[in-house]
Design a binder for this molecule. Structure first.
Ligand code: 3PG
Length: 415
């Protein structure tokens, strides 16, 4: 017989094995609790312990986590790989970001970063394409791919939505994208929008000689998403879009498997991420959400705009580096810069994030004084100028759409 108490979950001499999942947390212990006591409770509650000392017999596999490092308000916890079911992201998160997020032993706790061992990574499929979409689906060469989302984000009729898409595609944008809250509402039904958009896409391809595609939002319950994915495949689509945080990882995983079978890419919108990552000392960082997204197999992910756009608290560059990094042979993810971008910000987005990205603009295209088509041209011109190393001012001298956009917005950061 052996006993388990909180003290058993703290060992500052422990060295993680190569199969351990190592998580880094920042914690603010509850009043009158020291870091050691709080760290041991985090390791306990996130693996196999509880508030009471337990007596266990021999018929027990010890899957205890170990808090092995404390540095200021940061702790590192190692989890044995056998604690986790293979290819089951909800189960992993129920451990490392589950009850501990609400326990009284800590005032605040934030899961900041994870080091994923091969034992766990290899059980997930990962992205089918990743950043290879730029040249396997498009022929973008060295430039970022571009996307636009019609605005207003909901309320446009199907006909108008399709028209906006056509104007954007023929203006030089690669991808039409639905917004996160457009799915299958009465004003713009999914099936009508799907078939009519792909018919317009084909016309835009004929007119421009460029490959075009559409990120249609299939977000719904899992069964409905699977049906919608099949519909997208039937009309010759290349992608689906999923709001991965609101649908949840247990839905994203079967979506990924169906898309992989059909050869479709997944564009991940991160709406609701800020419920987890906005408070700097609590929740789950966007970095970890991005790691989870890669394991669950999304090909493109919104990772912000490196503080150039309308969203707060961004670690875009660090997250993007992780998404590109080597991960036991798993494909990378194409980061999408989005949220408050317009042509005047494109050079600095590329300066900060490089060209192996997608750049998406809604208001920064449809808010152009001369309308969507001109806005799309201006946005593409800004991308082409930046990749060629030409300043926007110089490029604008013989590109009037860009001149109007730069005159209107300059390099302002929207709020
Ligand atoms: C998105 O889907 O990222 C937003 O709808 C972007 O819209 P915006 O470019 O108008 O900020």
């Amino acid at each position: 017989m052996a006993g388990i108490t909180y003290e058993d979950f703290l060992d500052l001499s422990y060295t993680p094995t190569e199969t351990d999942l190592v998580c880094q947390f920042s914690i603010v212990p509850a009043e009158e609790m020291d870091m050691e006591a709080a760290a041991s409770r985090v390791a306990s509650e996130s693996s196999n312990g509880t508030w009471a000392a337990l007596t266990v017999g021999d018929d027990f596999t010890d899957l205890s986590a170990t808090a092995f490092a404390i540095d200021g308000n940061e702790i590192s916890v190692a989890y044995p790989a056998d604690l986790f079911e293979k290819d089951n992201m909800p189960q992993i998160l129920s451990c490392i970001a589950g009850n501990i997020m609400g326990m009284k032993a800590v005032e605040r706790i934030r899961l900041k970063d994870c080091e994923w061992p091969e034992a766990i990574v290899s059980s997930f499929d990962g992205p089918t394409f990743g950043s290879a979409v730029r040249n396997e689906i498009f022929d973008a060469g060295e430039r970022p791919i571009t996307a636009t989302v019609p605005k207003p984000k909901v309320g446009l009729s199907t006909d108008r939505h399709v028209e906006v898409g056509y104007e954007a595609w023929t203006g030089g944008i690669d991808l039409l994208k639905d917004d996160e809250n457009l799915t299958d509402q009465a004003f713009n039904p999914f099936h009508d929008r799907l078939t009519e958009s792909f018919a317009a896409r084909d016309r835009a391809e004929d007119e421009t000689g460029e490959k075009k595609s559409y990120l249609i939002n299939v977000t719904a319950d899992t069964n409905t998403m699977l049906e919608r994915i099949d519909m997208v495949n039937e009309v010759g689509g290349e992608y689906v879009m999923v709001d991965v945080i609101t649908t949840g990882w247990g839905a994203v995983q079967p979506v990924q498997k169906r898309c992989a079978e059909l050869g479709l890419a997944i564009h991940a919108h991160r709406a609701m991420h800020a419920a987890f990552d906005r408070l700097p000392d609590h929740g789950i960082s966007m970095r970890v959400l991005a790691q989870v997204s890669r394991l669950c197999g999304v090909d493109q992910l919104h990772t912000g705009t490196a503080d150039l756009g309308k969203l707060a608290n961004e670690d875009t560059v660090g997250i993007n580096e992780w998404l590109y990094g080597e991960l036991y042979g798993m494909n990378d993810v194409l980061p999408m810069a989005s949220g408050g971008l317009h042509p005047g910000l494109v050079p600095e987005v590329i300066n900060r994030c490089g060209t192996n990205i997608g750049i998406q603009a809604g208001g920064g295209i449809h808010g152009h004084p001369d309308g969507t088509h001109a806005g799309a041209k201006a946005f593409r011109q800004a991308v082409d100028a930046s990749v060629a190393g030409v300043s926007l001012e110089e490029y604008a001298t013989d590109h009037p759409e860009l001149a109007v956009a730069v005159e209107k917005w300059g390099t302002e950061t929207p709020r």
